[in-house]
Design a protein around this ligand. Structure first.
Ligand SMILES: Cc1cc2nc3c(=O)[nH]c(=O)nc-3n(C[C@H](O)[C@H](O)[C@H](O)COP(=O)(O)O)c2cc1C
Length: 206
């Protein structure tokens, strides 16, 4: 019988593993956690999901940073209802993580400037889109000006795109863990306790 993973029956180690998975997504672009599904509540009250690239994890502040164009619908949605959820599935570790909390968008400030400066020219190019993402179009198009299609812009060329760039900060106060194993799955949930400044965890029936 193979040895169980050290976290299998240990809540603290499962939480540490969850943290490792989220952090792996921020550090390694080949990691499945690098592109989680982010859900918000639409203006019609219905759930809306999309894939986003996980840029950074700040575990102490329970913050995940994403990048987006402030003209996208999710930004307006979050302004009227900040509730958000992030779903990660890591097939290699057979772990599903469901994080719940709230998200807010920032377009100015040192954190936004730093994120913009860190981004590659190709990544910054997306924000050159001339009309808002999601705008109806009579023809198939990338939204980008023709002169920059198929190539990276220079620093100077991409500078005006800064005004479309935003960071989306997701603050989570609940983490749900599901680990799939032949010998029996494991499910747990932790809630952030701000009074004690710590996570309170419980096992759940998978
Ligand atoms: C692999 C992948 C990565 C993506 N990364 C981002 C991202 O980091 N930020 C973003 O705003 N949209 C990203 N998108 C596009 C979104 O999924 C979505 O289509 C877009 O943000 C518009 O969503 P909205 O209308 O819900 O605002 C990505 C899509 C894919 C398939």
């Amino acid at each position: 019988m193979p040895q169980a993973e050290p976290f299998y029956n240990d809540l603290d180690l499962s939480l540490a593993e969850a943290r490792k998975l989220i952090d792996g997504g921020a550090k390694d672009r080949r990691h499945s956690s690098h592109h989680p599904v982010v859900a918000t509540i639409g203006k019609d009250g219905l759930p809306r999901q999309r894939v986003m690239i996980l840029r950074a994890l700040d575990w102490e502040r329970r913050l995940i940073r994403f990048h987006t164009d402030w003209r996208t619908e999710k930004v307006e949605e979050l302004a009227s209802n900040g509730a958000a959820s992030v779903l990660i599935y890591e097939p290699e570790s057979k772990v599903q993580l469901r994080l719940s909390g709230k998200a807010a968008v920032q377009t100015t400030g040192s954190a936004v400037d730093a994120a913009w400066n860190e981004a590659t020219l190709f990544a910054r190019r997306c924000y050159l889109a001339e009309t808002a993402p999601g705008t109806l179009s009579d023809n198939p198009q990338s939204g980008l000006p023709l002169w920059v299609e198929g190539r990276a812009p220079s620093d100077e060329e991409v500078a005006p795109a800064r005004e479309n760039f935003a960071i989306l900060l997701f603050e989570f106060n609940q983490i749900e863990w599901l680990y799939l194993a032949n010998k029996g799955h494991r499910r747990a949930r932790w809630n952030w306790n701000s009074a004690d400044h710590g996570w309170i965890g419980n096992w759940l029936v998978p």
